[in-house]
Ligand binder design. Structure first.
Ligand code: FUC
Length: 820
C-alpha cells in the first residue's frame, strides 16, 4: 500500500536522468520509465566495467618506469618556491590513464504493448517504504497495472503486468543495448543475454524468465511474446565474472549463478518473492521515521490542487468523505510539482519535500549498497544508462565515495556500508604496491579516484591527479563504524589493519618543512583547487585524523606498541593544518592565500569541522570556519551544497543548515529527486540525508547532542531510530523547537551523556527493556505523557553539568527524558 513516502507522476518518463524511477537491490539496479505503448526498463549490474586487467596495457595507475627522484624534485621546488602550478607537478608526477575503464549499462528491457489508443488516468509511482515501482493507466475501459521491484533475497528484479479484465495482457519483450559484443537468445520463455566485453574480456550474462497466467507465450528468436494473458511476470538476474581479488579481478563464470537465481525466483512465485522483498527492505527502511509536520492530518491540499489521483491500489478518486485527501498515497500533489513549488518556507508541502528527500537518501542507499554486494555505490549508485558515464561512473575518493556513506551510520543503515568496507580493504593490496613503488613508503595508498580493478596510482589531469591522502580519508568510516557500534571484533578484523596501513604510509611519507621543522604533506594539493604547496589544511587534517584513529584503535585493541610510539612522535611534530587567516577565515593553505571572492565547490579546509571532528562549535576555529563558509557562498554543485548542510549543522546553525538544504532542493534536485552536479550524481542525495540527520542528532564529541541544529521552520516534529556513536539509538519529539521527549536505547552498558536544551527542566526515567521505537512519536511526547512518567518510580538522578546529563546506561534498556 503506498503511503506518503511515495514519489508519483502523472505521465511516463521520457528522460532517463531526470524522470525515470530507480529500483535496486545492491548488485542490480533498474530505471523504470512506465511508457504506455512501450515500457522501458534500463538495468545495471554493478560489476559490469570495462578497463582493468584484460585491457591492453593496464598499469593500475603506477608509473610504467621508475621515477626515483621525481617526488623529491617536486618537494625541493615547493620548499624553494612555496607554490608550484598544478600543470608543472602533473608533468613530473603524472601519467596518462590506461585502461581505467568505465561503468557500463547492461542495456534495456522493452515491453512493447502496441498502440493503446486513448490511455487515461495515468499514474507512475515509487513507494520508498516498500521499494516497489508501479504504473497504472486505463485504456479501452481496461485498467492496466504494472509493478516492479528489485529483491535482494534471491538477487532478482521482478515485474508483474496485469489488467482488470481477463486476457487483456499482450506484449513482446526484447533486450537492447549499445554493445554489439553480446548475443541474445530466447528459449522456454527465457531470454538470455550473454557476451564478453570487447574491452577487457569480462564475461557477462543476464537472464529473464517470462511466466504467464492464461494466454500464450511464444519464443521468437530474440524476443518473447505474450498474447491474451490475464497477467504476466518476469524475473531477471544478471552477473559477470568479476571478482574483487588482485591482480586478476576475475572469478567464476556467471552462468550458473544467474541461472540458479532466475530458476529459484520463478519457482518461488511472484507473491512470495514480493513478500520476501518487502520484508527485507522494511527491516532496514523502517528503522527510522521522520516527521517534520509534513503529514498534518486533514489539512487540505497545499499549493497544488488535488487532481483526483490516488494510490494505485485505491482505484477511486482521491476524495474521501472528509474532502480532499492530503496525507497518504504520496499526497495530492505529484512529486515534480511539489518540488517545483518548494521554497523552503512554511507549510506541510515544504516539509513533505524535505521528509521525502531524507527518506529517499535512505531508500537509495539500501537500493544500491547491500551487505552481499561486491562493490559499493559509485558516482551514480548502481544506475547508469551509458557506456561512457560522467567521470566513468567511478569511485572518486577526494570526497564523493565517502559522502555516499555519510548517512550509513547516523541513519541506521550500518549494513549498507559493508561493501564500502570491503572495497577499501580490497584497495590495500594494490595500494601497498603503489606505496612501495611510487612513494617508497610502507602502508597503502590510493589517489584521487579509483576503479574496481585496484587503480591506486595516478593519472595526469593536473587539478585532480594527486591526492594520496584519499587512502586515509577512506578509512574514516572504518573507525567511525567502530565508534557507532562499539564492535571490537569489527575493529580488530575489519577496520584496524586497513587504518593502520593508511597511517603507516604517512609515517614514511611526511616531509619536514625546512621553514619551521614541522611535518607536512608535500607535495600537497587541496582538492581540485589552486597550486601545489606543502601542508594544505585538508592534507594535514586528514593525516592527523588517521594517525589519531590508528593510535586509538591500537590502544583499544592493546596492540602494536612500537607503531603507537611512532605515530605519537609524528603527531607531536605534525603541522596542525588549522590556521586562522588575515580576514578571519580558516586558511585553505599553510600560507594565507585565501581569496574572499573564491566560491570553489570544494571546501576542503573545513574537513576538521565535517566529516572530521577536531573543530568544535563555539571555538575561534569554528568562527573562522563560518567566515570561510560565508565567503564560499551557498552555491556549488549538488554535493557541495549537501556538504554545506552538515557544515552549518556542525556550527549549530539550524537555519543556515536548512537554507542549504532548501538551496539544494531548489537548484540541484531533479524531478525524480536525484541530486544533480549537474549531471546526476548520487553523492548529493546521500549528503543531504546525512546533513538532515546531523541537524537532529550529533555524537562526534563523546556525547549525544539532541536537536543541535533545529531550524525555525521545523517547529514541531519527531524522529525515531537515529544512531549515535557509542551504540545508542535515539528518538526525539519536539514542540515549538524544544525537545519534549528524548528516548535513548544503548546497546552497551556504560556512561551516557546527553546534551539537550531541556537538561535543566526534565526528568530522566528508565523505561525498561526492549522498547521498540514508538510508532507515532507525536502521541508519545507531550505534557501528559511526561507527567505520567513523573508518577513513575523508575526515575534516575543524572549528573547535570550545563546542558548535559550523564548517567550509567545499561545495555538493552530505554531511557526517557521528558520535559517539564
Ligand atoms: C570531484 C569533484 C567534481 C565531481 C567529481 C566526480 O572531483 O570535484 O565536482 O564531483 O568529483
Amino acid at each position: 500500500m503506498p503511503d506518503e513516502l511515495t514519489l508519483w507522476y502523472e505521465e511516463p518518463a521520457v528522460d532517463w536522468e531526470t524522470q525515470a524511477l530507480p529500483i535496486g537491490n545492491g548488485p542490480l539496479g533498474a530505471m523504470v520509465f512506465g511508457g504506455v505503448a512501450t515500457e522501458r526498463i534500463q538495468f545495471n549490474e554493478k560489476t559490469l566495467w570495462t578497463g582493468g586487467p584484460g585491457h591492453d596495457g593496464y598499469d593500475f595507475g603506477d608509473w610504467r618506469t621508475p621515477r626515483p627522484d621525481a617526488v623529491a624534485e617536486v618537494r625541493r621546488r615547493i620548499d624553494r618556491e612555496g607554490r608550484v602550478p598544478a600543470e608543472d607537478v602533473a608533468a613530473v608526477l603524472g601519467q596518462p590513464k590506461t585502461g581505467f575503464g568505465a561503468y557500463q549499462t547492461f542495456g534495456d528491457l522493452h515491453l512493447d504493448f502496441g498502440a493503446p489508443g486513448g490511455a487515461g488516468g495515468y499514474r507512475r509511482e515509487l513507494s520508498l517504504s516498500e521499494a516497489v515501482a508501479r504504473v497504472r493507466y486505463t485504456a479501452g475501459g481496461v485498467t492496466h497495472t504494472r509493478e516492479y521491484f528489485a529483491a535482494n533475497p534471491g538477487n532478482v528484479i521482478a515485474g508483474r503486468i496485469s489488467a482488470d479484465r481477463g486476457g487483456a495482457v499482450s506484449f513482446t519483450l526484447r533486450h537492447t543495448s549499445p554493445r554489439d559484443d553480446k548475443t541474445v537468445t530466447a528459449e522456454g520463455g527465457r531470454l538470455t543475454v550473454r557476451g564478453r566485453l570487447a574491452d577487457n574480456g569480462l564475461v557477462f550474462e543476464a537472464q529473464v524468465q517470462v511466466i504467464v497466467a492464461g494466454g500464450t507465450r511464444t519464443d521468437t528468436g530474440e524476443t518473447i511474446t505474450v498474447t491474451g494473458a490475464d497477467s504476466a511476470v518476469f524475473v531477471l538476474s544478471a552477473g559477470t565474472d568479476y571478482a574483487d581479488t588482485y591482480p586478476r579481478y576475475r572469478g567464476e563464470d556467471p552462468h550458473a549463478r544467474v541461472t540458479a537465481a532466475v530458476d529459484a525466483a520463478a519457482a518461488l512465485g511472484y507473491d512470495a518473492l514480493r513478500a520476501a522483498h518487502v520484508a527485507d527492505h522494511r527491516a532496514l527502511f523502517d528503522r527510522v521515521r521522520l516527521d517534520l509536520g509534513q503529514s498534518a492530518p486533514e489539512s487540505g491540499p497545499g499549493k497544488g490542487e488535488t487532481d483526483g489521483s490516488a494510490g494505485l491500489e485505491r482505484g477511486g478518486p482521491g476524495r474521501g468523505p472528509a474532502g480532499p485527501v492530503r496525507s497518504g498515497f504520496g499526497g495530492p500533489v505529484p512529486t515534480a510539482r511539489l518540488l517545483r513549488g518548494y521554497t523552503g518556507g512554511d507549510g506541510p508541502d515544504e516539509r513533505a519535500v524535505e521528509a521525502l528527500m531524507f527518506a529517499y537518501g535512505r531508500y537509495l542507499l539500501i537500493a544500491c549498497s547491500r551487505e552481499n554486494d561486491i562493490l559499493p555505490a559509485n558516482l551514480q549508485g548502481v544506475w547508469n544508462a551509458s557506456t561512457s558515464p560522467p567521470w566513468s561512473g567511478d569511485y572518486h575518493v577526494n570526497i564523493n565515495l565517502q559522502m555516499n556513506y555519510w548517512p550509513a551510520e547516523p541513519a541506521n543503515l550500518h549494513e549498507t556500508a559493508v561493501p564500502y568496507d570491503r572495497f577499501v580493504r580490497a584497495l590495500v593490496e594494490p595500494g601497498r604496491r603503489t606505496a612501495r613503488d611510487m612513494y617508497g613508503a610502507r602502508g597503502w595508498v590510493v589517489g584521487n579516484e579509483t576503479n574496481p580493478f585496484g587503480f591506486t596510482g595516478v593519472h595526469d589531469w593536473p587539478t585532480a591527479f594527486w591526492f594520496p591522502e584519499a587512502a586515509a580519508w577512506t578509512t574514516r568510516h572504518l573507525y567511525d563504524g567502530y565508534r557507532f557500534t562499539g564492535d571490537l571484533e569489527y575493529l580488530r578484523e575489519t577496520a584496524y589493519p586497513v587504518i593502520k596501513g593508511a597511517a603507516e604510509f604517512w609515517l614514511d611519507f611526511l616531509h619536514t618543512d625546512p621553514h619551521d621543522g614541522l611535518l607536512v604533506v608535500s607535495p600537497s594539493y587541496s582538492p581540485e583547487h589552486g597550486d601545489f604547496s606543502a601542508g594544505a589544511a585538508m592534507s594535514q587534517q586528514i593525516v592527523r585524523e588517521v594517525l589519531e584513529s590508528a593510535l586509538a584503535a591500537a590502544a583499544a585493541l592493546g596492540v602494536d606498541e612500537e607503531f603507537r610510539a611512532a605515530a605519537e612522535a609524528a603527531l607531536g611534530r605534525l603541522d596542525p593544518g588549522i590556521r586562522i587567516g588575515s580576514w578571519g577565515q580558516l586558511q585553505e593553505w599553510k600560507e594565507d592565500l585565501d581569496s574572499r571572492t573564491d566560491t570553489h565547490r570544494h571546501v576542503s579546509h573545513l574537513y576538521a569541522l565535517h566529516p572530521g571532528d577536531r573543530i568544535a562549535a563555539g571555538t575561534p576555529e569554528a568562527e573562522a570556519a563560518a567566515v570561510s563558509l560565508e565567503a564560499r557562498g551557498d552555491g556549488g554543485t549538488g554535493w557541495s551544497k549537501a556538504w554545506k548542510i552538515s557544515f552549518w549543522a556542525r556550527l549549530l546553525d539550524g537555519d543556515r543548515a536548512h537554507r542549504m538544504l532548501a538551496q539544494q532542493l531548489r537548484t540541484s534536485t531533479l524531478d525524480n529527486l536525484w541530486d544533480t552536479h549537474p549531471p546526476f550524481q548520487i553523492d548529493g542525495n546521500f549528503g543531504a540525508t546525512a546533513g538532515i540527520a546531523e541537524m537532529l542528532v550529533q555524537s562526534h564529541r563523546g556525547e549525544v547532542h539532541v536537536l543541535p541544529a533545529l531550524p525555525a521552520v521545523w517547529k514541531d516534529g519527531s524522529v525515531s531510530g537515529l544512531r549515535a556513536r557509542g551504540d545508542v539509538t535515539v528518538d526525539v519529539s519536539w514542540r515549538d523547537g524544544v525537545a519534549e521527549t528524548i528516548t535513548l536505547r544503548p546497546g552497551r552498558t556504560g556512561p551516557l551523556t546527553v546534551r539537550t536544551s531541556i537538561a535543566n527542566h526534565c526528568h530522566l526515567h528508565d523505561d525498561g527493556e526492549g522498547k521498540a521505537a514508538p510508532r507515532r512519536l507525536r502521541d508519545h511526547g507531550g505534557g501528559e505523557a511526561a507527567s505520567r512518567r513523573l508518577r513513575d518510580d523508575r526515575g534516575i538522578a543524572p549528573r547535570r553539568a550545563g546542558d548535559t546529563l550523564t548517567w550509567e546506561g545499561v545495555a538493552g534498556r530505554s531511557y526517557v527524558i521528558s520535559r517539564w
